[in-house]
Write a protein that binds this ligand. Structure first.
Ligand code: CUA
Length: 364
């Protein structure tokens, strides 16, 4: 007994560390909805390919772990010293053993390397099955998505149709970024003056969180986006709706004394218009994100804030206080001006709300 209590005390010192580790593992499983930011629940062909390599490597590693640790533990007990034992035989080197434990890992590595290299080549292929091309541009700190087939541009939310391969042509407007939607595809870095490629096809409608995965400045952590996968009919409704969104003056002017008209006038005179386009059709790349459809996006500031009137007001009041380092300056807007601008931004909504039907109907 005298021996056991100190060893128990020593073991007890590890309890807090064990609790923290278990809590971290448990928290890692948390997710705000059914579409977590994880590579372990692939929902597209590209991610499935990666998952197969991961699972194969993990299975082999598990077998190796138990064989090696099992042999180690067995040897510890089988050959442990007892009081009065003579000194064991002393060896230096064993050629047969060394050859065996070099050869076995080499063979195991072949079983990992072959499928890995095959997957690298497969995922680097250029899709030829009539893919939907989307031009992706990273900016500090938001993502731009351009659909040449429809002459449309949007930001923040990348809508894709299910059942059709999307072929991403990716670059950056400033520094290095990395485009990553864990459930759909692997990471791809984006470089200036160079087009990188990435493709995937998903059959499962849903909203998949994505994140910039290359440090790109102070707000790197707040450079999120989502991929909204929609059944083809819903996707078509979204893109037609997006094309229809533009300055209300162009598509039936608001009543001249309305809040929306006041907001639109402020937008044109308070420098907003110098950095943001409000039409998605054929719009050039500007300093700030394209705002067509902003009224119905799920969040603002690149996934940082839910798109509520309250958060929009916080943002317009002082962008630097919400996300310091962004290019948008504090325009010194009054509360009355902010209310009018929010009314105007809400008028730039895609109707019906994108993906509302597809997302609630399918769940996970
Ligand atoms: Cu963009 Cu990190």
């Amino acid at each position: 007994m005298a021996l056991r209590i100190p060893s128990l005390r020593r073991a007890a010192r590890w309890v807090p560390a064990l609790c923290v580790t278990l809590a971290m593992l448990a928290l890692a499983g948390c997710s705000p909805d059914g579409y977590p930011q994880t590579t372990l629940a692939p929902k597209a062909d590209f991610a499935e390919l990666l998952d197969q390599v991961f699972r194969r490597s993990f299975q082999l590693a598990t077998i190796v772990f138990f064989l090696v640790e099992g042999a180690l533990v067995w040897a510890l007990f089988r050959f442990r010293g007892k009081p009065g034992d003579a000194e064991p035989e002393q060896n230096h080197g064993n050629t047969v053993l060394e050859v065996v434990w070099t050869a076995i890992p080499a063979v195991i590595l072949v079983f990992i390397a072959v499928p890995t290299v095959q997957t690298i080549f497969k995922t680097a292929e250029v899709p030829t099955d009539n893919p939907l091309v989307i031009e992706v541009t990273g900016h500090q700190w938001w993502w731009e998505f351009r659909y040449p087939e429809y002459n449309l541009v949007t930001a923040g939310d990348m809508h894709v149709p299910t059942g059709r391969t999307v072929d991403l042509r990716m670059t950056t407007g400033d520094v290095l970024h990395s485009f990553w939607t864990p459930q759909l595809a692997g990471k791809r870095d984006v470089f200036p003056k160079r087009d990188n490629r990435l493709w995937f096809k998903t059959e499962t409608p849903g909203t998949y969180p994505g994140q910039c995965a290359e440090f790109c400045g102070t707000q790197h952590a707040r450079m999120a986006f989502q991929v909204i996968a929609q059944a083809p009919a819903d996707f078509d409704a979204w893109r037609v709706g997006l094309a229809a969104v533009s300055a209300p003056a162009d598509s039936g002017a608001p009543a001249p004394d309305s809040l929306v008209a006041r907001g639109q006038q402020l937008f044109a005179t308070k420098a907003c218009v110098g950095c943001h386009a409000v039409s998605a059709v054929g719009a050039p790349t500007m300093v700030g994100p394209n705002l067509a459809g902003v009224g119905s996006r799920s969040d603002i500031a690149s996934g940082w804030l839910p798109n509520t009137d309250e958060n929009l007001a916080r943002w317009l009041k002082n962008p630097q206080a919400v996300k310091s380092g962004v290019l948008m300056p504090n325009l010194g807007l009054t509360d009355e001006e902010i209310t009018a601008l929010i009314a105007y931004l809400r008028s730039l909504s895609v109707v019906p709300a994108p993906g509302a039907v597809a997302m609630t109907a399918t769940g996970n």
